[in-house]
Structures are given as structure tokens and as C-alpha cells.
Design a protein around this ligand. Structure first.
Ligand SMILES: *[C@@H]1O[C@H](CO)[C@@H](O)[C@H](O)[C@H]1NC(C)=O
Ligand SMILES: *[C@@H]1O[C@H](CO)[C@@H](O)[C@H](O)[C@H]1NC(C)=O
Ligand SMILES: *[C@@H]1O[C@H](CO)[C@@H](O)[C@H](O)[C@H]1NC(C)=O
Ligand SMILES: *[C@@H]1O[C@H](CO)[C@@H](O)[C@H](O)[C@H]1NC(C)=O
Ligand SMILES: *[C@@H]1O[C@H](CO)[C@@H](O)[C@H](O)[C@H]1NC(C)=O
Ligand SMILES: [Zn+2]
Length: 674
């Protein structure tokens, strides 16, 4: 008997270690008392945030204590280390009323066996939330939750940043899913080389400062675009699928503890002008995270409302809508009578129009829009068409039923990232300049090349690299535009990614030889590695010419194509040829297989060979990977962005450069003249 207790204790320790892996009770909360923001969180001085306290009483499962009632009399204190205020209760520290007690119950799976057996572990929760508080003295804080005679401590760090503003504008490019490997491949197909030397450079190659950023999320080392956007925009790590919040365990997806975004800070402090541009649906995670606060990125109708109204039913921070919002995702705008899925069934073209926005549904009208007015540009249902289809395989724009009006026509007149970004700069520049407080306002523009990621997911490397070259072309054109406007030296330009995909190029493929081999194993001998990779065939013959200095392949379908792939994929067929009929569909559910089982699509890559994947068979697409991502910087504060950093540092550096830190002692000066 005595002997038994030891192995049981050892097993308990082992289980709690294992439970921190695939499934977690609550990612930011390893013990039964939870302080959110959790231990190690960094804050910008003055940044608004919510605090969520939770006391967990596991009813069953490996953590059950025999007492299913959470301590409702928990207490919470805050202290600034070395400060003069001492240890104060949360309500005294923030000078707010004691929040009311909330209670709920949730369940979670401890591992895949529990998931398969549908045996969740049940947890009762007692909780309180302090809303919209802030810390305004730099330094280290100790937050302590005491419950059942136990304590959980969180160390918080309010970064000590100068309050001097060093840039008027920030132009923030996000290549969604973009890695250094993809940039290298894009350079290879988009630029000519001679005897091992490139004759031209990517615009990114010309940036003076290069760093790289770690992307892991709070409770998983692989991120998605939601929590990574949250990190980039708020300086707070979060959980997969969460936008502008930390994740709590309550059932309501809108009550999770919020953190103020750079767009909200910039507007609240300077009434700065904000622009949001994406080639995705605008409700997609990367654009939405600038204004949305929900742990569920799937709340697309709410995300669209948040652009206009901030967070509904809750006074969060001042917000008055961006000056510019361009992208796809019309189905969250046109009303349900046309098949739309909108917040509370409203017509969001009408809502934006009522709020003073010009509404533009095609490239022609966008380019003719006045630069003096706020503008909403929605150019397609769902994500926008890809560069390759808009510019080379234009027939693929037909029969899409994606017209942004909801009339089931085709969106054949879509702008690209470049047109949207240049127009956004024109509008932001014009409006900021017309403002009486010009010098202290300036603008913040986020421009996202979303479909690098979307096309990597479907293993459509040609389209992904086309999107990346379009991003680079946009960067180049934006620099020229800023120069022409006299704003280049007043603008910090940062280019980064939110996460990677395990993409690389390992050689070339003789696509002609491959399809003519009768057997799958023989087809693989069409792959040329090392010296047989040869040189890029993408610049050899000229079916396309770019007289404006843009760099794209002149031949997208050379016989010797890239031998490219991902570190892991679903089952698929490969012939390494460009998918001329539109974005690729590598794996499908085929007759005779369970509905969640995906196998190589027999209509994809005809003549190629089948490659079995290593992902779970319910994954129809490629997935994100661990890699650090590149960070390029140019302009005021560029030196802050060099070296190895965390993705949250990108937020702190941009906020620092914009002078958004507000300590109790700071004056919040604005040194930029004229
Ligand atoms: C909480 O504390 C109050 C007095 O401080 C006490 O009356 C009450 O029974 C306690 N509740 C629980 C659930 O322990
Ligand atoms: C915990 O209890 C619930 C409800 O009684 C039950 O459905 C679940 O399977 C139990 N979980 C475990 C891990 O025993
Ligand atoms: C806001 O309140 C309205 C009316 O009560 C409700 O229909 C809506 O779902 C709420 N929105 C959110 C995001 O909670
Ligand atoms: C673009 O939009 C304008 C304004 O709605 C419309 O008049 C025009 O016909 C549209 N052009 C195209 C090519 O769809
Ligand atoms: C791929 O996996 C299937 C089973 O899912 C198997 O029948 C087939 O032989 C495999 N193909 C290759 C090329 O390994
Ligand atoms: Zn992705």
C-alpha cells in the first residue's frame, strides 16, 4: 500500500506534464488559479487591457481534488516592485469597484484518448474581470491571486520606453505566411541572374535593417494568423484563433480579456489616421485583429462591425473607424436578402456609407475615388483573386459568382495589393495633411499580402510566389510614392510575416520528361538536384513584359519548373506544373472514404505521381510551421528592428517610434514639426 502511493504521485506529475501538450485546461494557466494577462506579460505604459481572474475546481479527470467548488473568496493584489504604493487589492490599485463574481463550468480533453472516448474533464470556475485598466509606470509588477490558501503569481513588465515620437507615419507590410525561403524562391523566378549574380534586387533586399522574429503563441509553438496578428498589434502573446484578447475559459467568445491594439492606441492618443488593406476578406484574422476583440476568429460578421464601431455592447476605447478599408469579403457586407452573412443582418455598405465612407466595388472606381474622403473598397466575395489570375490567366476570373455587390456576377475588375496600397497612402496622406493638427497625427497603414499563405496552404507555389512578388512590387511602388509625396523620411516601413510554412525549393523538374514516364517511381527521375537543377527558366522567354520596372517571371511555365514542396502535406499528386485553371485543390474527399478523409485529388496535376502525406488524413491543406520570420525595416527607428526578436517586439518598436507609451510622469510630447 505504502509502496503504491509513490508511483501514483509520479504518474500524477507525469500526467500534468503531458496535459500541457496537445490539449490544455487553459493555455495561459498551468495551475488552478489563473491570472490573465499571465506571468511574463509585457505592457506598453498606458495601454488599456482587461484582467481576468479564474479559480478552477476540477470535478473529475487527473486534476480532481475531491472538492468541486471553486473558492469564491479568492483575493487579488498588485504591487509595483520597488514602488511606493505597496501591495494593494486590484480594485484599490486601479481605483475601481470590486468586480462581480462570475461562475461557469467547462470541459476539456486531456489527450487524444479522452477525445476519442468523448470523456471531457469537467471544471467549475469562479471568476472576476477588471475591465479597461492600465499601468502607467514602467517597471516590474507582481500580481498575486490567493485562493484555497494557495497563490498564483504573475510578473508583469511595463516597458520603459521614451515618449518622444520619432516617426510621423508607419507603413506596416505583412506577408502572411512568408518565409525567407519563399523570398529566395521569388527572387529566383522574378529576377534575372548571370553567372551566379542577380542583375536586379527585390525591394526587400534594399532595406537597411534585417532581423528575424519568433512567432510562437502563448500555449502552442505553432501559431495561426489570429494570435500572431494579436502579438504584432498589441505586444501580447495569445492563443490560436484569438483576436485582440487573451483566451479565458468562459463560454462567451466576446468576454475574453482584451488588449488595446496599435490602431486603437494611435487613434486614442493622436486621433491618428488608420488604413487597413488586405487581399483577403477584410474580416480575415490579419486585418480584423486591428479592431476585433474575440477569441474566435470565425466571428466574421462581428469583425466587420468592429472596424466601424469597435466592440459592440461594450465601451472599450475610443474608436471612429479607419480612414481606409480595402480588401475582399463582400459576404459580410451585403445584406442577408442577397445571401450575405452580416452582423445583426444589417447592410454594411449602407452602414459605412452612413458613417461618411465612399464605397467602391471595383478597381476603376477605386482609382477615381477622391483622396479627401474616407473609403471602403470591397472587391470580391471571399478572398480576392490572385495576382497570377488577375494578370496572366484572366479567364480564371470568370464564372466565379464573386461580384462584391452580391449580384452573383464575376468580380473581373479587382485591384491588386499595389493599387490598393498606393490609393490608401494617397487618402491617408491627404486626410492627415488636411487635418489642423497635421504634425501630431500622421497615419498608420497595415497592408497584407494574404494569399502567400492561402496559396501555400493549397500547395499552389506558383500563385504563392506571384503574391510574394506582388508584395515586393507594392513595397517598391510605395517607397516611390512616399518619396514623391515628400513623406519617405517621415515614414517607418516595416515588412514582416506572421508565421511560416515549411516551404523550400530543392532543385528543378523536367516537366516534359516527368509526364512521359509510364511509372510513378520513374517519374521521380525527372527531378534534378544539385548540378542538375540548372538555372531558372522563368526569365528566358518573353511572353510578358513589365515596362514599369516591376519584376515578375517573363515565362511562368518553363519546361524546367521549380522542384518545390512543403515539409509536410496532405496526400497529393505532383507534376510540378503551374495550375493554369486556377488555384490548386491538392486533396479531396473521394467516394468510398469517410467524409473527413482527404486523399490526392485525381483531377489535380494530371500525369504526375501520387505522394502520400504525413499530416492527419482529415487535413486537406498544408499547415503552418515553426520557423522564425524575417523583419525588414527602413526609416525612422529602423535600428530597433535588427537582430533576433520576438514578434511582440515589433509592436513595442512601432509603438515606441510612434510615441504611444504614456507613463504617469511623461509629457507625451510630439517633436515632429511642420
Ligand atoms: C466567503 O467569505 C465570507 C466572509 O468573508 C463568508 O461569509 C463566506 O461563507 C465565504 N464563502 C465561501 C464560499 O467560502
Ligand atoms: C467527467 O464527468 C462528466 C460528466 O459527468 C463525464 O461526461 C466525463 O466523461 C467525465 N470525465 C472523465 C475524464 O471521467
Ligand atoms: C450586442 O447586443 C445585441 C442586442 O442585445 C445582440 O444581438 C448582439 O449579439 C450583441 N453583440 C455581441 C458581440 O455580443
Ligand atoms: C465600377 O463601379 C462603378 C460604380 O459603381 C460602376 O459605375 C462601373 O460600371 C463599374 N465598372 C466595372 C468595370 O465594373
Ligand atoms: C498511399 O497511401 C495509400 C493508402 O492510403 C496506399 O494505397 C498507396 O499505395 C500509397 N501510395 C504511395 C505512392 O505510397
Ligand atoms: Zn495560414
Amino acid at each position: 500500500m505504502v509502496v503504491l502511493s509513490k508511483p501514483i504521485a509520479a504518474v500524477a506529475v507525469f500526467i500534468s506534464f503531458v496535459s500541457a501538450q496537445s490539449f490544455q485546461r487553459l493555455g495561459s494557466c498551468p495551475d488552478l488559479g489563473c491570472i490573465i494577462p499571465p506571468d511574463q506579460a509585457d505592457f506598453l505604459a498606458g495601454q488599456r487591457f482587461d484582467i481576468r481572474l479564474e479559480v478552477h475546481a476540477p470535478v473529475n479527470g487527473s486534476e480532481a481534488t475531491g472538492n468541486p467548488n471553486p473558492d469564491e473568496n479568492f483575493s487579488f493584489t498588485i504591487e509595483r516592485v520597488g514602488g511606493h504604493r505597496g501591495v494593494l487589492s486590484g480594485s484599490k490599485w486601479f481605483k475601481v469597484a470590486e468586480p462581480k463574481l462570475e461562475k461557469w463550468t467547462f470541459g476539456w480533453f486531456e489527450d487524444y484518448f479522452a477525445r476519442d472516448a468523448k470523456t471531457p474533464s469537467i471544471v467549475n470556475v469562479a471568476s472576476k474581470a477588471y475591465r479597461k485598466v492600465y499601468l502607467d509606470e514602467a517597471g516590474e509588477y507582481k500580481a498575486t491571486l490567493t485562493y484555497n490558501g494557495k497563490t498564483t503569481t504573475a510578473t508583469w513588465n511595463v516597458r520603459n520606453l521614451e515618449e518622444v515620437r520619432k516617426t510621423r507615419n508607419v507603413l506596416f507590410f505583412i506577408g502572411d505566411g512568408m518565409t525567407t525561403n519563399m523570398i529566395t524562391a521569388a527572387r529566383l523566378i522574378g529576377h534575372k541572374s548571370k553567372n551566379g549574380k542577380y542583375l536586379s534586387k527585390m525591394a526587400m533586399d534594399t532595406f537597411p535593417v534585417l532581423g528575424h522574429a519568433m512567432t510562437h503563441s502563448i500555449d502552442s509553438f505553432i501559431t495561426d494568423s489570429a494570435n500572431s496578428a494579436t502579438a504584432l498589434y498589441t505586444g501580447h502573446k495569445s492563443t490560436v484563433n484569438a483576436l485582440g484578447v487573451y483566451v479565458d475559459s468562459s463560454p462567451n467568445v466576446f468576454d475574453d480579456p482584451k488588449v488595446e491594439s496599435i490602431a486603437e492606441l494611435f487613434y486614442r492618443i493622436y486621433r491618428g489616421h488608420v488604413g487597413i488593406v488586405s487581399t483577403a476578406a477584410v474580416a480575415d484574422a490579419t486585418p480584423a485583429a486591428l479592431t476585433s476583440h474575440t477569441r474566435d476568429r470565425g466571428q466574421a460578421p462581428y469583425c466587420v462591425d468592429s472596424f466601424l464601431h469597435g466592440t459592440p455592447n461594450y465601451t472599450w476605447v475610443d474608436w471612429n473607424g479607419p480612414d481606409v478599408l480595402f480588401g475582399g469579403g463582400a459576404e459580410q457586407f451585403y445584406p442577408p436578402s442577397l445571401g450575405g452573412k452580416t452582423y445583426l443582418g444589417k447592410d454594411y455598405y449602407q452602414e459605412f456609407s452612413n458613417a461618411g465612407y465612399g464605397v467602391y466595388l471595383n478597381k476603376t472606381s477605386l482609382l477615381n475615388a477622391p483622396n479627401t474622403d474616407r473609403a471602403l473598397g470591397i472587391f470580391s466575395v471571399s478572398h480576392m483573386s490572385k495576382w497570377l489570375d488577375r494578370n496572366v490567366y484572366k479567364n480564371n476570373l470568370k464564372a466565379q459568382s464573386n461580384h462584391p455587390s452580391g449580384n452573383k456576377g464575376d468580380a473581373e475588375d479587382q485591384p491588386g495589393l499595389k493599387e490598393m496600397t498606393l490609393k490608401a497612402i494617397d487618402i491617408l496622406h491627404t486626410r492627415a495633411k488636411a487635418d489642423p493638427r497635421h504634425s501630431s497625427q500622421g497615419w498608420f497603414l497595415m497592408s497584407e499580402a494574404a494569399s502567400i499563405d492561402k496559396m501555400m496552404h493549397v500547395l499552389d507555389y506558383d500563385r504563392a510566389l506571384g503574391e510574394l512578388l506582388e508584395l515586393d512590387d507594392t513595397i517598391k511602388a510605395s517607397i516611390e510614392k512616399l518619396k514623391a509625396l515628400g513623406e519617405l523620411s517621415n515614414t517607418l516601413i516595416v515588412v514582416t510575416a506572421d508565421h511560416g510554412h515549411g516551404f523550400d525549393v530543392m532543385g528543378s523538374v523536367d516537366t516534359k520528361y516527368l509526364v512521359e514516364q509510364p511509372e510513378d517511381r520513374k517519374k521521380r527521375s525527372a527531378v534534378g538536384v544539385y548540378e542538375q537543377s540548372g538555372l531558372s527558366g522563368y526569365q528566358n522567354s518573353g511572353d510578358l513584359t513589365y515596362t514599369d520596372g516591376s519584376h515578375f517571371p517573363s515565362n511562368w511555365t518553363p519546361r524546367y519548373a521549380l522542384f518545390a514542396g512543403l515539409a509536410t502535406s496532405p496526400d497529393r499528386r505532383e507534376n510540378y506544373k503551374l495550375h493554369e485553371n486556377g488555384p490548386r485543390l491538392p486533396a479531396t474527399n473521394t467516394p468510398g472514404r469517410p467524409s473527413n478523409d482527404y486523399y490526392a485529388n485525381d483531377k489535380d496535376s494530371i500525369g504526375g505521381f501520387v505522394v502520400n502525406g504525413t499530416l492527419p488524413t482529415d487535413q486537406a491543406q498544408g499547415v503552418h510551421s515553426l520557423t522564425d520570420v524575417p523583419v525588414f525595416a527602413m526609416g525612422p527607428c529602423q535600428e530597433l528592428f535588427g537582430g533576433v526578436q520576438n514578434n511582440i517586439d515589433i509592436f513595442f518598436n512601432m509603438a515606441n517610434c510612434l510615441g504611444l507609451s504614456r507613463t504617469a510622469h511623461g509629457k507625451g510630447q510630439d517633436p515632429i514639426g511642420n
